[in-house]
Design a protein. Structure first.
Length: 304
């Protein structure tokens, strides 16, 4: 008894959270019917993810190559930090923002393709972004994401390995061992400046993110209104087409009835003409007969 297959576990964690428990319980029942109690126990221990964690799992399951790129970038960042390569670290940090932004966009697309996903305006994309950033700093989080079995969103304050090393920017050449006081002072000043720069950049990005989300919500609402209007217009057109088809059918029936009535009228006219002619002939015969009788009576009287 080998337990649940990776495909089954993957299928469960690809299901929307509000359907996870029902799907898991059905899988437990199926494993019991198949005589695999170990698999049933292991499946029963699986826990439902949050919506944000489900979105990250969906990314890992549907687009594993993108998650692999994230892991590769994380390793490059850790190497640059360990080697204190300031220029490379800044370059990789810019790449990190671009990669995480692209992954969040991909998550939005994957969610749009899921019928049971929350509306676009209610997706916890900020939590998804925080989790992806945490994966770049924490190898354990990165491994959970790669497995496609993340249970909840993760946040990481700052950027770097855990525990975070003390960083110094190396501008080039071999670094001479400075005096302890000067090195500490320069490092403190550089770190303070770096923190201030990151804080300013974060505030600016947060403002841009707020505006972008507001624009997105407005666009999504306009799209929903347009879809509803299109659907209503289509329904109205279908109703009119149905009514027109019914009128055409009734028109064809009325034309057939009119044609039959015209044929019947013509037949009746012919019959009436023939009857009138026959009536005239009979009346003429009767008048002739009456005339003969009168002539006969007149002759008899003269004979007397």
């Amino acid at each position: 008894m080998a337990g649940p297959s990776p495909e089954l576990v993957q299928r469960l964690y690809a299901a929307p959270p509000d359907r996870f428990v029902a799907a898991r319980d059905a899988a437990v029942a199926e494993a019991r019917r198949a005589g695999d109690p170990k698999a049933a126990r292991e499946i029963g221990r699986l826990r439902r993810p949050t919506v944000a964690a489900w979105l990250v799992n969906l990314l890992a399951i549907r687009r594993p190559e993108l998650v692999a790129d994230l892991a590769q970038l994380a390793e490059s960042l850790r190497t640059a930090q360990r080697e204190l390569r300031g220029g490379k670290l800044r370059e990789l940090s810019a790449q990190r923002r671009a990669v995480v932004g692209a992954l969040v966009s991909e998550v939005r697309k994957l969610a749009a393709a899921e019928p049971a996903a929350p509306p676009a305006g209610k997706l916890p994309l900020a939590e998804v972004e925080a989790t992806l950033n945490a994966a770049l700093s924490d190898t354990e989080v990165a491994e959970q994401i790669r497995s496609g079995r993340l249970l909840r969103a993760t946040h990481y304050a700052g950027f770097g390995e855990v525990p975070r090393p003390q960083l110094r920017l190396v501008t080039g050449g071999a670094e001479e061992p400075p005096e302890p006081e000067r090195a500490d002072t320069r490092r403190t000043r550089d770190e303070r400046a770096a923190r201030a720069e990151r804080a300013n950049r974060r505030r600016a990005l947060n403002r841009e993110l707020t505006k972008a989300r507001s624009d997105q919500d407005r666009a999504e609402q306009e799209l929903a209104e347009a879809v509803r209007s299109e659907r209503d217009g289509g329904a109205t057109l279908d109703r009119i087409e149905t009514e027109l088809a019914e009128l055409e059918r009734r028109r064809a029936v009325a034309e057939q009835d009119l044609s039959r009535a015209r044929l019947a009228r013509r037949g009746a006219e012919r019959s009436a003409t023939a009857a009138r002619r026959r009536t005239g002939e009979v009346e003429a015969a009767l008048e002739g007969l009456d005339a003969e009788e009168e002539d006969a009576d007149a002759g008899g009287n003269r004979a007397d």
